[in-house]
Design a protein around this ligand. Sequence first.
Ligand SMILES: [Zn+2]
Length: 244
Amino acid sequence: MAVTIKTNMKYPPRPYILAETNWKAVQATKFEVAVLPWGATEAHNYQLPYATDNYQNEAITEAAAKLAWERGAKVVVLPNIPFGVQTGQLDIPLCMNILPSTQLAILKDICDVLVRAGIPKLVIFNGHGGNDFKTMVRELSFHYPQLFTCALNWFKVENKSGYFTHLDGDHADEMETSIMLEILPNLVLPLDEAGMVLIKNGSSRRCGKAGLAPNGNGRKFQKTPALAIHTNLPLKKGSATWMP
Ligand SMILES: [Zn+2]
């Protein structure tokens, strides 16, 4: 009996997303630039999922690559790397730390693949504040002079003050909450779940800032009256932040 394979052409493979495209299409395309999204898996206060940085990376790079492709650029987005540097949050369970030296080793292997494929440019698209690729780009350029390599932090590309009211957070803040409400609202808990982090020296900061504290500094998560900062977050500004 013949087997019927159903296809759904409502969502055909996008030729600029490596995970979706195929060997035949890749063989026929002379890619000019590869984009490598690099995120993190870490606590994002209480209201956002651990993979927030990865979800954001994927949504933004896919939207940007679509625009570029439609204008004729031969761009390919590589699968997002989901683990980042978490050395400042080792006390928080399942913040999935990998060290900068590991990142450099991974990047060297990826550069090697790109050079063999004849792709001349690599953009490391960073979505996590703990990742820092600046010196790695210098080292990669030393090892692979034929490959133009650069890195960007998408969350610093645009001035947030044009979009958001609460500008002192750097993580699980108004911007990240708003973007997640735009792309995956089902994964965002009510904002009254969010709170402050207390650090031993008496200061209190929003969750992400506390992430900069040294490991074992007596971090404690506590709901405080200042929670109103979070509950007042204006919502649904995510698309204005990064969508064309
Ligand atoms: Zn984040």
